[in-house]
Design a protein around this ligand. Structure first.
Ligand code: AMP
Length: 283
C-alpha cells in the first residue's frame, strides 16, 4: 500500500493510474477505523481498480472544540487496518496540507441543513462540504463511498455533487452494527463503564418505533414514548428523533407521506454524541 501525506505526490501517482484507464474509489474518513469503515473500503475495492482511503480529522466540521480535541486518533492501528483490508492508497495529510491558510469559504444547503444535525451542529455541514470538495478535487475519484449512518451528510454531499457538477458517482453503504445493534462509530471508543450498555437505547428506539409503526401506532405518540424512555436513563440525553422523507429530509407525520421514509436519531451518552438511523419498510 502507498501512503501519502502530501497532495502533489498523491496527484502524480493517481494521474498515472488514470492515464492507464484505471477507476479510482475514494473513501473519506476521520480515522479511528472500525468495521463500518472497512465495509466502505471493501465496497470500493470490489468496484474500482484503485481505492484511496483518506484519514483526516477535519477541524472545520467540528462546531465543538472539545469534541475535536477528544476525537480518537489511532493512526498506527488505522494503517494496519487499511493494509489488512487490501486498500491501495492511504492519504493522511496534516492540517497544514489541507488548510495552509484558514478558508473563508462557506456553504449553505438551505432546508437540507436547517434540520437535525444542521440544527444542533451549526456550521458542521459547511465544513464537511469544504473538505469533501477539496478531496474530490485532489483525488478526482470515479466513485466515492459514504455510510448510510450519516444519512443527512450523504444528502448534503449529493446536493454538492449535483450543484457543482463533480464528475463522481456517489455510493452509500449500509450501517455496520455491533452484535447488540449499536451502530459502529469512532466515538464508541470513548464509551466507558456503563455507558456502553446505555448507548443501545438509540438502536432500541429505532427498532421499537418500527414495530409500533407496523402495529399502526402514530409516530407522534411513539416519539413521546421514546422521549420518556430516554428520561428513565441517567447519563443519556435525546437531542432529536425525527421521521423524515429521506430525499428532502422534510418531517413527515405518517410513513405513507414519503417513498422512502427514514427515522433519524441523535443524542448523548455522557458527553459522547451518537447518531443513528433506519429506513422504514412496513411491508
Ligand atoms: P467518519 O470517519 O466517522 O467521518 O466516517 C467516515 C465514513 O464512514 C462516513 O461516510 C460514515 O458515514 C461512514 N461510517 C461511519 N460509521 C459507519 C458504520 N457504522 N457503518 C457504515 N459506515 C459508517
Amino acid at each position: 500500500m502507498e501512503i501519502f501525506n502530501e497532495i502533489s505526490p498523491l496527484r502524480a501517482f493517481l494521474k498515472d493510474k488514470k492515464k492507464s484507464g484505471k477507476s479510482i474509489g475514494l473513501v473519506p474518513t476521520m480515522g479511528a477505523l472500525h468495521e463500518g469503515h472497512a465495509s466502505l473500503l471493501k465496497s470500493s475495492i470490489s468496484e474500482n481498480d484503485v481505492t484511496v482511503c483518506s484519514i483526516f480529522v477535519n477541524p472545520t466540521q467540528f462546531n465543538n472544540p472539545t469534541d475535536l480535541s477528544n476525537y480518537p486518533r489511532t493512526l498506527e492501528l488505522d494503517v494496519e487496518k487499511v493494509i489488512k483490508v487490501g486498500c491501495d492508497v492511504l492519504f493522511c495529510p496534516n492540517e497544514n496540507e489541507i488548510y495552509p491558510v484558514p478558508s473563508p469559504l462557506s456553504f449553505n444547503f438551505g432546508e437540507l441543513e436547517a434540520v437535525m444535525e444542521g440544527q444542533y451542529r451549526p456550521g458542521h455541514f459547511s465544513g464537511v462540504a469544504l473538505v469533501v470538495s477539496k478531496f474530490f478535487h485532489i483525488v478526482e475519484p470515479t466513485r466515492a463511498y459514504f455510510g448510510q449512518k450519516d444519512w443527512q451528510q450523504f444528502t448534503i454531499i449529493r446536493q454538492l455533487v449535483n450543484d457543482l457538477n463533480f464528475p463522481v458517482t456517489l455510493k452509500t453503504v449500509p450501517t455496520t452494527r455491533e452484535a447488540d445493534g449499536l451502530a459502529m462509530s469512532s466515538r464508541n471508543a470513548r464509551l466507558v463503564g456503563g455507558q456502553r450498555e446505555k448507548s443501545i437505547v438509540f438502536y432500541q428506539a429505532l427498532t421499537f418505533t418500527i414495530d409500533a409503526l407496523k402495529k399502526g401506532e402514530s409516530f407522534f405518540k411513539i416519539k413521546e414514548e421514546v422521549a420518556k424512555r430516554f428520561e428513565t436513563h441517567s447519563d443519556v440525553r435525546l437531542e432529536y428523533f425525527e421521521l423524515v422523507d429521506s430525499i428532502n429530509l422534510k418531517s413527515i407525520a405518517i410513513v405513507e407521506m414519503a417513498d422512502r421514509p427514514i427515522l433519524c436519531i441523535a443524542g448523548y451518552v455522557g458527553d459522547i454524541r451518537l447518531i443513528d438511523n433506519m429506513f422504514i419498510d412496513l411491508t
